[in-house]
Design a protein around this ligand. Structure first.
Ligand code: SF4
Length: 327
């Protein structure tokens, strides 16, 4: 899968590194001083890297946990944080903010999982209860067969019930749900979208049908499942597709088996948007007219209000209003 694996000198001594070297014997291995020497190089070709990504194994230092950004949903949890064991993703969504955040599409995997756990313990000590998004800058479930991070953190989450972890995914990989028992404090948050949107903007991701099958597998095993309709696109051609889509989703998935629903429109910090606009110069998504409020690019408020009202009218037929979180 990876033609080249870059490895920081100090990353060799970690279990994940040894496992990967054993697994990817045909990849070229390049030893590096620090992951940023490779990852932060100027003028990288993100399109080529997306098609043929290299893997960079690194030891994370400095800050391990970050406060949840305003463009992300907290689901009413006061202590909302996120962390990133992986930087970048095997999928290639046209709207992905990572393209504006990182100078490279290569994948950085941090190997020092025990240090993340120490940072989480410290945070829990000061905050008591924490909502932690662990799969914002990647898709951990899609990466599970390469590095099973959820396996490495499972016992930690099981023994720290005050840390409510959310794993966001578009993946159809069911291995984790089959191999592990559900935990009350572990939420699997599936992002679902109409197939028209998947084909248009979510390259290399599973179809709606495959994602729904994964949702069913997770709920059948008793996992706490969140459904995310996010990002929603205010595209006039898509209005009917969304309405059919919501009905379809909840005729396939028992609404009673779902923890809650997240709903949000396409939005992005202005500086990320400007960077991606240059990289994806042929993208129609970035050529459209948007509205800037504060530091965020999105749609005009009246447009979002109208569409949201229509969509919520449908969603509330299936899910109680207080279980639908909108941004
Ligand atoms: S699945 Fe998420 S992290 Fe991965 S490319 Fe798509 S938007 Fe980005």
């Amino acid at each position: 899968m990876f033609n080249t694996i870059y490895i920081e000198e100090k990353a060799y001594e970690y279990h994940i590194t040894r496992q990967l070297l054993h697994k990817y014997v045909d990849s070229e291995v390049v030893t590096i001083r620090h992951y940023k020497d490779v990852f932060n190089r100027p003028k990288q070709n993100l399109a080529v890297q997306k098609r043929y990504p290299s893997l960079i194994l690194a030891v994370k230092d400095g800050q391990f946990l970050y406060e949840g950004p305003v463009v992300c949903q907290s689901f009413d949890h006061p202590n909302f944080y996120y962390t990133s064991f992986l930087l970048n993703c095997v999928f290639d969504c046209e709207y992905c903010f990572l393209q504006g955040m990182y100078p490279s599409a290569n994948i950085v995997a941090f190997v020092n999982v025990e240090d993340f756990k120490e940072a989480m313990k410290d945070l829990l000590h000061s905050r008591k209860k924490v909502f932690l998004a662990v799969s914002y800058d990647t898709d951990l479930i899609a990466f599970h067969n390469i590095i099973p991070y959820l396996q490495y953190f499972y016992d930690f989450f099981a023994s720290h019930p005050d840390m409510l972890a959310e794993v966001r995914t578009k993946s159809a990989n069911q291995a984790f749900y089959n191999d592990y028992q559900p935990l009350k404090n572990l939420i699997i948050a599936f992002t679902l979208a109409p197939d028209e949107i998947i084909k248009k903007y979510e390259r290399h991701t599973p179809s709606l049908k495959s994602r729904i099958n994964a949702v069913k597998a997770a709920t059948a095993r008793g996992f706490s499942v969140r459904i995310c309709f996010d990002p929603v696109f205010a595209d006039p051609e898509m209005e009917d597709a969304y309405k059919e889509f919501y009905h379809h989703v909840f005729t396939q998935i028992d609404p009673g088996s779902i923890l809650d629903v997240g709903y949000g429109f396409f939005r992005m910090p202005v500086d990320f948007f400007k960077r991606i606009e240059k990289v994806r110069s042929s993208s129609l998504l970035y050529a459209k007219e948007y509205f800037v409020k504060g530091n965020v690019v999105s749609y005009p408020e009246p447009v979002m209000e109208r569409i949201k009202t229509e969509h919520l009218e449908i969603l509330e037929k299936y899910i109680k209003k207080e279980k639908i979180f909108t941004l």
